[in-house]
Structure formats: structure tokens, C-alpha cells
Design a protein around this ligand. Structure first.
Ligand SMILES: Cc1cc2nc3c(=O)[nH]c(=O)nc-3n(C[C@H](O)[C@H](O)[C@H](O)COP(=O)(O)O)c2cc1C
Length: 348
């Protein structure tokens, strides 16, 4: 039985559904080639941030005072920011394109409309195959209305789409009042694919030192469930591709996402935690599962468990939430000595 893992990624044909998500792994050019050799279908290059663009002209200190959306978090997580301006980033993109035969997707995170459009154009000119708009933002402004923020992002998608010819992807957080509506509107605005979801870095507090610290906070297994749910809700409801991201750590997670309705996945923590060869393992696991189940292509099971394809989409309904919360056995399952039930493992 020959197995075909190919899939569509917002108009870009991929040989398999595992894409390396944006991260610092690409900072070492040797890793780029290793990722391709391990079987990655495409690579999203780390983001170019508006702060990098601005900082080329100003010192970090001046910027910290003048820039509203800037906070210490950025400084901690992207220390290379002081040295890497946009010119260097664009050069790195050209080099990545040259070094790889798989598609390279750029990633951009800006604040102002003009910068989004200008740098989308500059990045597209490097020859990259697609551009991901990274809408990572930490809201600290009590006065900013949700509708204003959402409409601003939808407009950005529309403007960038108009300005460049390559596919445009949107990477967003799940924190909207109605995430489905926002995605639907971005889909209408021309977004070619949606990366669900960005993992937001959150600060922690060291109680001994009584100060903040900023752990990297890689994903763990159950972090993929929100993504799973949205892949299932969006399947066949939008024209852009569905790209599952966050907590996809092994081949079974890839299978789950495709069963739910995703077209592809992005992985980062899996590589940080287990090494670049994890991509190869994940592909082997995916192929092994397909062989066992008699599937020859992803399309044969893509969306099989989406809301669209379930006769009784119980998994996607409010009733399921109520049902679980009302179960009186739950406590007894975890604490059998306090009740008369058997100890039970969480079903993951
Ligand atoms: C060290 C590190 C650097 C990252 N840099 C970026 C980035 O530049 N742009 C971006 O959109 N996401 C970035 N991310 C987020 C990842 O692309 C991804 O969305 C997140 O880690 C969730 O996927 P995972 O569960 O596979 O890790 C970064 C993540 C890590 C751990």
C-alpha cells in the first residue's frame, strides 16, 4: 500500500502535514537543513517584529518609554532584537529560501497599518512562498474596544492581501468573544489559511525574590484540545486552510487534528523538547496509523470527526459541557478511597 501524505496549505502544495512553526530554531542556519532532512514539509521563519524595524533607528531605552505596546516581556524573549534589524532579517529569509527546497513562509508582527503593508511587500520580495501575519498582542489598554481591535486586524488582512501576491496566513490567539466570526471575516478578507492558535507567553512570579520571571513555557499534551475543537468547528466552513498549532507533540496528535478537520499542523515545542528527529518520528507514526487503518491519503479521513460530519455533533455542543460538570462520579474516580469507585486514569 503506498501512502500519500500530501496536503494543501493555502494554495501551497505540501508533501506532508508537518510544518515547523515560527521560532528561534531557525536562527542557526544548520538547523534549517536538518529540519528539511528530518521531513518537515515547510518552515515558518521566526517573526519580524515592528520593534525590530523601529529599533534600527532608536536605542532600546528610548523606545521603552515612547512605545505604548512595548513591554519588558519582549526584551526578555527576543534578546536578539537589539542586533537584528529588518535588513538583516530580510537577508536571512533570502538565505533560508536558497538553502531549502521546501516552502519557506515568513512571519510578520506589526502595530501600524503602514508598517504591515510595507514589510509584507519587502518580505514578499525576498522570494518566500507565503507570509504569516502574527497577530500576537497583549492588551493592556482598558479603553480599547474589542470590535475596534478585531476590525483593525481584519482590515490588516485585507490590506496585506491586496499588497502582495503570495498566500497570506493569519496566526491568531483564541481570545476573541467569538473567534469563529473573526476567522470567518478574515477568510472573507482573503486570508489563505489560519494558524490556530498562537501560544501567548505569560509571566510568572518568583515568590522568593518577589519578582516576575518569564519562562519559555513549552506546550504539553493536553494543550492541543482547544485547537482540536476549533479545527472541528471550522472544517468545510471557511475557504482558507486550517492549520493546527499548539501542543502537537507526536504523530497521534497530527492524526487527531486531521480527523477533526485540519489541513496541516505546525510544531515547535515538539522540536524543542525532543529534538529535530521528532519530525521523522511523527511522520512515521502518522504513516503507521494510516497503514493500520487502511488509509492511503489524508483526504480519506480529514474532517471525519468534524462538526460537519458527525450525525450527532455532541462533542461540539454545550450539552457535553453541562453533562461532564454534572457527573457526580468524577471526584470518586480520582479519589476512590473517599467513595466507592475505582481509581481511573484520565482519558487523554
Ligand atoms: C522559543 C520560541 C520562539 C517563538 N517565536 C515565535 C515567533 O517569532 N513568531 C511566532 O508567531 N510564534 C513564535 N513562537 C510560537 C510558536 O510558533 C508556536 O505558535 C507555539 O510555540 C505553539 O506551538 P507548539 O505547541 O508546537 O510549541 C515561538 C515559540 C517558542 C517556544
Amino acid at each position: 500500500m503506498s501512502i500519500n501524505l500530501s496536503t494543501q496549505y493555502g494554495g501551497i502544495p505540501l508533501k506532508n502535514p508537518i510544518v515547523v512553526g515560527a521560532s528561534n530554531i531557525v536562527s542557526d542556519p544548520a538547523n534549517l537543513v536538518k529540519l528539511e532532512q528530518a521531513g518537515a514539509a515547510a518552515i515558518v521563519y521566526k517573526s519580524l517584529f515592528e520593534e525590530q524595524i523601529e529599533l534600527e533607528a532608536f536605542s532600546m531605552e528610548q523606545k521603552m518609554e515612547a512605545y505604548q505596546n512595548w513591554d519588558a516581556e519582549h526584551d526578555t524573549f527576543f534578546p536578539a532584537i537589539k542586533h537584528a534589524g529588518p535588513a538583516e532579517h530580510l537577508m536571512q529569509l533570502r538565505q533560508a529560501k536558497k538553502a531549502l527546497s521546501i516552502p519557506v513562509i515568513g512571519s510578520l508582527n506589526c502595530v501600524h497599518d503602514e508598517t504591515w503593508v510595507q514589510f509584507a511587500q519587502e518580505m514578499a520580495a525576498t522570494g518566500i512562498d507565503g507570509l504569516e501575519l502574527n497577530f500576537y498582542a497583549n492588551q493592556t489598554d482598558f479603553g480599547a474596544e474589542s470590535a475596534g481591535i478585531e476590525n483593525g486586524q481584519i482590515e490588516t488582512v485585507r490590506k496585506v492581501k491586496k499588497a502582495i501576491k503570495i498566500p497570506v496566513f493569519v496566526k491568531l490567539s483564541p481570545y476573541y468573544s467569538n473567534t469563529l466570526r473573526v476567522i470567518d471575516k478574515m477568510d472573507e478578507a482573503g486570508g489563505n489559511g489560519f494558524v490556530l492558535f498562537n501560544r501567548l507567553f505569560q509571566p510568572d512570579i518568583d515568590v522568593e525574590k518577589e519578582e516576575h520571571f518569564f519562562p519559555y513555557n513549552f506546550s504539553s499534551e493536553n494543550d492541543s484540545r482547544l485547537t482540536l475543537r476549533y479545527a472541528g468547528l471550522l472544517h468545510k466552513r471557511i475557504s482558507g486552510s486550517i492549520v493546527a498549532n499548539t501542543g502537537i507533540l507526536n504523530g497521534r496528535d497530527v492524526v487527531k487534528m486531521i480527523l477533526a478537520g485540519a489541513d496541516a499542523t505546525q510544531v515547535v515545542s515538539a522540536i524543542y523538547k525532543k529534538g529535530i528527529h521528532q519530525i521523522t518520528h511523527m511522520l512515521e507514526e502518522l504513516e503507521g496509523w494510516m497503514t493500520k487503518r487502511g488509509y492511503e491519503s489524508l483526504d480519506q479521513f480529514k474532517g471525519k470527526l468534524s462538526k460537519e460530519n458527525l450525525a450527532d455533533p455532541f462533542a461540539y455542543k454545550r450539552a457535553q459541557y453541562v453533562d461532564i460538570l454534572m457527573k457526580s462520579e468524577l471526584f470518586i474516580q480520582y479519589h476512590p478511597k473517599d467513595g466507592d469507585g475505582e481509581a481511573a486514569e484520565e482519558h487523554s
